[in-house]
Design a protein around this ligand. Structure first.
Ligand SMILES: [Zn+2]
Length: 436
């Protein structure tokens, strides 16, 4: 049976905003989009806008309880603290944290996430919570055989949770912790590949000159190669279509051209880059070069939340500040980047990212009643400037309601995640290897 939702505005992303818009869906797919006069009002959401669910192009659900950890540390010290603290958790505790992460994504109107998973806990959390995901299982090191063995171990853990909705990927962590040979072996698997590239000036300083502040990583840090990650990986054809590179803050012009010519997509994570003092990515130059760019929240370890609205506001503010031009990233363009842009970056733009008949019924409804943003001036700007998880009333994935404000059971999720956080803060005295 067809379900119809209507609201003050419908923001299809592909197509102009529709006043008094409505969307109809059945069996997980959108069937019709139009005005409520055309479709019927169905369930009406007053003071609200209906938009496609956000596609979060980069996240680590397993770090949902890491908010504020290592705040103010330099990049090397910050990563090293996480590597040490997360060893204190059992696999079940990591699942508990990832469940909260998946819930917070849904509450932020996110319907698909590209996740990087250290322990293979996040596929289970996504499957249980009904969040669509591509999960890159993380590998490290300089030995391709060892990295692929680790990947197979993680894949076995993830396997029961994998489905059409929760898909497998691989995530070689970063060029200073993963050799070009391991990247090449990962790419040969033909899976979606997520990595961290050109995140900081320290990364460039280490890789090209053996300098900078990544030393805190200790034995996880690989020797310098004499060139940046993008250049080395491009030469080895170890990145290309199907690769999503998170961050890409510290880029030289020829590296932007390399990303474009290789069809490497970028996950822009401006809050993470800002909080870690890494800088502001050259978003307008990447877009001008034709790079597919999506928006990612990264994780609370840096960002410090899965709030996509905060991410959008930061993207807008940073882009305008960097270019000293208020017109470089409109609210409408920012919304497009976090929906269709991210979907295209992940290679799933034909299925999700906009409200068109035939696409998956992945929908977020944001109510701005009881705010100073009504009466409406520009619905797209209102959603970007005034949206927040508190104002998301409904998140629908494949036609099924996975989050409804006021109906969601937060208590158990939050207390289990808080218990895991407490164990990490206890100092890792009980640190042990991750259970399998
Ligand atoms: Zn990341």
């Amino acid at each position: 049976m067809e379900t119809i939702y209507s609201a003050d505005w419908l923001l299809p992303i592909e197509g102009a905003p529709l006043k008094n818009g409505a969307v109809a869906f059945e069996s997980g797919r959108i069937t019709r989009v139009g005005t409520s006069a055309e479709l019927g009002a169905g369930r009406r959401f007053p003071g609200a806008a209906i938009l496609p669910g956000f596609v979060n192009a980069h996240a680590h659900l397993e770090y949902a309880s890491y908010t504020g950890f290592g705040d103010g540390l330099d990049f090397g010290g910050w990563i090293s603290l996480h590597l040490q603290r997360k060893l204190a958790l059992s696999f079940e505790e990591i699942v508990a944290v990832a469940r909260l992460g998946a819930a917070e994504c849904l509450a932020s109107g996110i319907t698909t996430v590209m996740d990087a998973s250290f322990s293979a806990a996040s596929p289970r959390a996504c499957s249980e919570l009904g969040l669509k995901a591509i999960v890159g299982l993380e590998v490290f090191g300089d030995d391709p055989d060892a990295a692929l063995r680790r990947f197979e171990e993680l894949r076995a853990i993830a396997q029961p949770a994998l489905s059409d909705k929760v898909r497998l990927g691989i995530s070689p962590h970063a060029p200073y912790t993963v050799s070009t040979e391991v990247y090449a072996a990962a790419r040969e698997l033909g899976l979606p590949l997520v990595t961290h590239l050109a995140e900081s000036a320290d990364e460039r300083a280490w890789l090209t000159r053996g300098e900078g502040r990544l030393n805190a990583l200790g034995n996880v840090l690989l020797p310098p190669t004499g060139e940046t990650g993008i250049r080395a990986l491009a030469r080895a054809q170890a990145i290309g279509t199907g690769t999503v590179a998170a961050h890409c803050v510290d880029l030289e012009p020829d590296e932007i051209d390399l990303l474009a010519s290789l069809d490497v997509a970028v996950a822009h994570c401006p809050r993470s880059n800002g909080y870690l003092g890494c800088g502001i990515a050259p978003l307008t130059s990447l877009l001008a070069a034709g790079v597919r760019v999506g928006i990612g929240t990264d994780s609370p370890a840096s960002a410090p939340s899965f709030d996509m609205f905060e991410e959008l506001r930061t993207a807008v503010a940073f882009a305008r500040a960097r270019e000293r031009n208020p017109q470089v990233l409109t609210a409408a363009r920012a919304l497009e980047l976090a929906t269709l842009g991210s979907a295209r970056a992940l290679g799933i733009g034909d299925e999700v990212g906009s409200l068109l008949p035939g696409k998956r019924a992945d929908i977020a409804i944001v109510a701005l009643d009881e705010t100073s943003l009504l009466p409406w001036e520009d619905a797209q700007a209102a959603v970007v400037l005034g949206g927040s998880p508190e104002r998301v009333v409904l998140t629908v994935v494949d036609g099924e309601t996975q989050y409804e404000k006021g109906e969601f059971e937060w208590d158990v999720l939050r207390s289990a995640s808080a218990a895991a956080r407490g164990r990490m803060l206890a100092g890792g005295r009980e640190a042990r290897a991750v259970e399998r």
